[in-house]
Design a protein around this ligand. Structure first.
Ligand code: B12
Length: 248
């Protein structure tokens, strides 16, 4: 079969299940294994779709659960997608260049802070996990996560931001984490030629929102549930607010 379609679909399905917690790594694996440039992983953990935009003259679509024709991503982009086999979980087809770009950008990085000295026990980063799932279900842009509990320092976070340059940064701050937040927000403007939209949320941010926007001009502070806020931020097209001070 052209391009070993069956074996490529198997490879994608295997990679989907072994990288279920890390869509970023899944993209890397598929880029290297399939020698493809346009690889997009969309949707939340339980219902992902892999799209290989440059699969020969076509695109290749593989869903982790439902038949592609029933997947909400396909309904959302219905005027931009044509599938050869919508009743299956894998199909070749076509996707417009505009839709592919909309699925891949902007890039939002969500960061959960951690202070071992303040709270040494492990915590599930529920705030950023919920926000990531909600944003991923919107099928606009991509989301990556960083949890400081995996041994990251503030300097390490700044270094990866410098490398990855996400368009939007969301930081979740709770009790006892002001010093790390301050550390990050003070270092961020020192990254040369980088002006992301920075949104802060979580219980501590809500409590000190006014102080934060006075101290760090250009910051957006979300005082409520972050799911809708970050979905709106993704859709809004706002990519920098250096001159604003906003609490929403
Ligand atoms: C469960 C819980 C815990 C669990 C955590 C379990 C886990 N995550 O694995 C445990 C028992 C470990 C815990 C510990 C502590 N907790 Co506690 N905890 C809670 C509780 C009851 C729920 C938090 C939760 O998980 N919510 C569900 C998730 C999905 O929501 P969320 O994290 O709040 O995130 C939402 C929003 O905040 C917002 N958001 C979050 N991040 C971001 C980022 C952006 C960019 C945006 C826009 C929005 C946003 O959107 C999210 C989704 O809707 C809250 C009270 C409450 N009802 O909220 C207290 C609460 C968070 N805890 C509190 C405290 C004080 C503590 C401790 C200091 C207690 C202690 N003395 O040891 C420690 C500190 C932990 C730490 N700093 O690491 C305070 C924090 C006060 C403050 N000013 O920050 C709270 C608010 C209780 C209170 N009213 O006093 N806690």
């Amino acid at each position: 079969m052209a391009f070993g379609l069956e074996s490529d679909v198997l490879l994608i399905q295997k990679a989907l299940s072994s990288n279920v917690h890390c869509p970023e790594r899944l993209v890397e694996v598929l880029r290297s294994e399939l020698r493809a440039a346009d690889v997009v992983v969309a949707g939340a953990q339980e219902d992902r779709v892999v799209i290989i935009g440059d699969y020969g003259p076509h695109s290749l679509f593989v869903s982790s659960s439902s038949p592609l024709g029933d997947h909400p991503l396909v309904s959302y982009y219905r005027s931009s997608i044509e599938l050869a086999n919508p009743a299956s979980q894998a199909s070749t087809g076509r996707l417009s260049v505009g839709a592919l770009a909309k699925l891949a950008t902007p890039h939002m990085r969500l960061i959960a802070l951690y202070h071992q000295e303040q709270f040494p026990l492990p915590r599930f980063p529920l705030g950023i996990s919920d926000i990531a799932a909600a944003v991923r279900k919107q099928f606009i842009g991509r989301v990556s996560l960083q949890d400081m509990q995996f041994g990251l320092t503030a300097a390490g976070i700044i270094a990866t931001l410098d490398l990855d340059r996400p368009d939007i940064i969301g930081i979740s701050a709770t009790f006892g984490q002001y010093d790390i937040l301050e550390n990050l927000l003070t270092r961020l403007p020192a990254i040369d030629g980088y002006d992301p939209l920075v949104v802060i949320g979580g219980s501590l941010s809500a409590l000190i929102a006014d102080l934060l926007v006075r101290r760090f001009p250009g910051l957006l502070v979300g005082k409520g549930r972050g799911e809708q806020t970050m979905k709106d931020v993704m859709k809004s097209g706002i990519r920098s607010c250096r001159s604003t001070r906003l609490v929403i």
